[in-house]
Ligand binder design. Structure first.
Ligand SMILES: [Fe+2]
Ligand SMILES: [Fe+2]
Length: 292
């Protein structure tokens, strides 16, 4: 297991609304992750869950928006909503191409929508905001690790890597928004704060695997060998989830705050390149080269 992440330095930190990014999805091969069906479908399944998940996050933060009197926090909430809205749109564009591969995108999205609506109906608002905060922690730890461990996306198509890097940058920019609303506005105690993450730690991967099972069946790639090899890639020594574990655990520290953990240098590098010519693919390529 690697060392926990170095502390972040969020000085001059901004949440920047960006839109109209082009990742040239039409040129991306079907198995864009090193030609590997399991690894590709793992990320494709997450992509399928993002649009509805991010809408849910927006709604759960909005529940508390009227109680926020601090104008800076109001601005952060507005930019968080904008960014998550953009993520949903880009992932929907990507997911549309999965339909052509025979994936039941609409049915799975509808099911996901119904599950999340049931949470909104049946559980208290502090809990759905805690789920949002937990989800934001999971996306933030993926973001920091994806950017600083180029080996994770070494086999991936560079346009898809660029899409995940862009999403990572914005997840880092707004990673403390839901957390601050939960702590400062909803007044959550320690157990209310960790409840959402605990719940999702088991349910999110389970949902991802259910979607993957459908995808791999459509692909004719659902042999037990594929699954065992894939689980080893995720959970084996040095596996993807094992890389994320130290940063994941920081959330349970009393006094945790998202800005206390996570390296920022790759992100600054990405911003330098992107701010010059607005090309997220070039920015992603440069980060991958610099940090490998
Ligand atoms: Fe997002
Ligand atoms: Fe987010």
């Amino acid at each position: 297991m690697s060392e926990p992440e170095r502390a972040a330095t969020p000085e001059n930190h901004q949440i920047v609304p960006r839109k109209d990014l082009d990742f040239q999805f039409d040129q991306v091969p079907k198995y864009w992750f090193g030609g590997d069906p399991f690894k590709t479908r793992f990320f494709d399944a997450m992509s399928m869950l993002f649009p509805e998940g991010e809408k849910f996050f927006i709604e759960c933060v909005r529940d508390y928006r009227d109680q926020v009197s601090d104008p800076v926090m109001q601005e952060h909430i507005r930019d968080f909503i904008f960014q998550e809205g953009q993520h949903g749109m880009v992932h929907t564009r990507f997911n549309d191409r999965l339909k052509k591969q025979g994936i039941e995108v609409d049915a799975i999205t509808q099911k996901n929508k119904e599950i999340l609506a049931a949470y909104r109906r049946r559980t208290p608002k502090w809990f759905t905001l805690s789920l949002t905060t937990g989800g934001e922690h999971m996306t933030a730890i993926m973001a920091h690790n994806f950017l600083h461990r180029p080996e994770i996306f070494a086999e991936a198509d560079h346009r898809m890597r660029a899409m995940y890097y862009w999403h990572a940058i914005e997840e880092i920019e707004h990673k403390a928004v839901a957390f601050d609303v939960l702590q400062k506005i909803a007044g959550a105690n320690y157990f209310q704060r960790i409840a959402g993450l605990l719940w999702e730690t088991f349910l999110f991967p389970f949902h991802v695997f259910l979607v993957m099972r459908h995808m791999l069946q459509v692909d004719g790639q659902s042999s037990w060998k594929t699954w065992i090899k894939g689980f080893w890639w995720l959970y084996g020594p040095g596996g993807l989830y094992m890389k994320l574990l130290p940063h994941y655990l920081t959330f349970y520290l009393p006094g945790f705050h998202p800005w206390r953990f996570g390296r920022m240098d790759a992100m600054r590098h990405w911003l330098d390149v992107y701010d010059k010519d607005g090309d997220p693919i070039a920015a992603g390529d440069t980060v991958a080269r610099t940090f490998s």
